[in-house]
Ligand binder design. Structure first.
Ligand code: SAH
Length: 353
């Protein structure tokens, strides 16, 4: 049993079952035993790999997309350049390198990183070297003003609640104890206003998910962009609509039972992009797949350009990385991109509208 499993079992024994969201929050961010609080989970030796860790082109192209939007919106003299959940800081480092040549962009940018994990903050500071940055606990602390923001695999780490349809109501999936070990159970049937519209497209027994933390974060972002201009790009896996049980544990690049090793495995859930887009009102939004987006931004010619300086294994792994990011059978279709931009504003580069 992990130390956190023991703590949770004692808590549940004393006060009763907890929601899946409470379980996820403890597993990911418990100050002593939480998955992100205690380690660097990325890369070959970690539990999973993310797009910026696969190829430098990911951060470069996202950076150029933000810089193009900044130019299109009149190049405001001061703006917030922000990232939610920067991981190792790789994406931001690639973004900053790629935008060095955009006249005035770096001088106007104030870099703000929203990161909960002290371990990862230290790593980000190291990756970004002497580039000045401020770390924040929450998106609500972002300055008021033009905001150019990226979030890759951030929203999938936010805790979700799960509900099983039962007749005309819902029963919440809870984490409780069965003979001393953690197990799933169901709470009492309730009617739930935020799920009223899902009665039309679900049948009894089906699971739907809600991510209570996601909308308030998107509202903070959208308020700044609608008021002062900017662009937010949220890249994640998921779909337009939440459907079924998507809670997933990854440990050593393999799927694991989400209750097996709390604090030792990464827990994520698919992002419900429709809910994010609704929370972004009154901003305009655009939605596409990661493959379409990166192709639209020119990953094909960037791949070729970088290929010219490579041969042997380095060339093969560069080409494999490009394929992995864009191919429909790899990350190209499962991962989606939601852009949030000023109402009536032109859609950003990479979105064919
Ligand atoms: N964007 C990075 C890392 C993705 S992992 C990449 O693509 O490689 C998720 C990141 O979000 C980690 O940095 C994690 O510590 C951070 N995070 C998770 N929940 C958070 C929360 N509630 N508030 C702030 N940061 C959070």
């Amino acid at each position: 049993m992990t130390a956190l499993a023991d703590l949770l079992a004692r808590r549940i024994g004393a006060t009763g079952p907890i929601t899946v969201a409470d379980y996820m929050a403890e597993c990911l961010l418990h100050p002593e035993h939480g998955y992100y609080s205690t380690r660097d989970p990325f890369g070959i030796r970690g539990d999973f790999t993310t797009a910026p860790e696969i190829s430098q082109m990911f951060g470069e192209l996202l950076g150029l997309c933000l810089a193009q939007a900044w130019l299109d919106q009149g190049a405001p003299a001061r703006f917030t350049l922000a990232e939610l959940g920067p991981g190792r800081g790789t994406l931001m480092a690639d973004l900053l390198r790629a935008t060095r040549g955009v006249t005035g962009f770096h001088d106007a940018a104030r870099l703000q990183l929203v990161e909960a994990s002290p371990t990862l903050r230290t790593l980000q500071r190291r990756t970004l070297g002497d580039h000045p940055a401020r770390w924040l606990d929450h998106a609500a602390e972002l300055p008021d003003g033009p905001l150019y923001l990226i979030a890759n695999e951030f929203f999938d780490a936010l805790p979700i609640r799960q509900f099983v349809r039962s007749g005309r109501g819902w029963r919440e999936r809870m984490v409780g104890l069965a003979e001393g070990t953690l197990g799933f159970g169901l709470g009492p049937e309730t009617g739930l206003a935020p799920l009223a519209h899902r009665l039309a497209d679900t049948a009894p027994g089906e699971i739907v998910e809600l991510c209570p933390a996601a909308a308030p974060i998107m509202e903070e972002i959208a308020r700044r962009i609608s008021g002062h201009g900017g662009l937010a790009l949220a890249v994640d896996y998921g779909g337009w609509h939440s459907r079924g049980d998507t809670l997933q544990a990854l440990r050593g690049h393999r799927r694991d039972d989400p209750l097996a090793a709390p604090g030792e495995a990464d827990l994520t859930a698919h992002v419900d992009f429709e809910a994010l887009a609704l929370a972004a009102a009154p901003c305009a939004t655009a939605f596409t797949t990661q493959g379409e987006f990166l192709s639209g931004l020119g990953i094909g010619s960037r791949t070729e350009r970088l290929s010219q300086a490579l041969d042997g294994d380095a060339l093969a792994s560069h080409l494999a990385a490009s394929h992995r990011l864009t191919d429909a059978a790899e990350m190209g279709r499962l991962f989606k991109v939601l852009a949030v931009f000023p109402p009536q504003g032109p859609p950003p580069a990479g979105f064919a509208i």
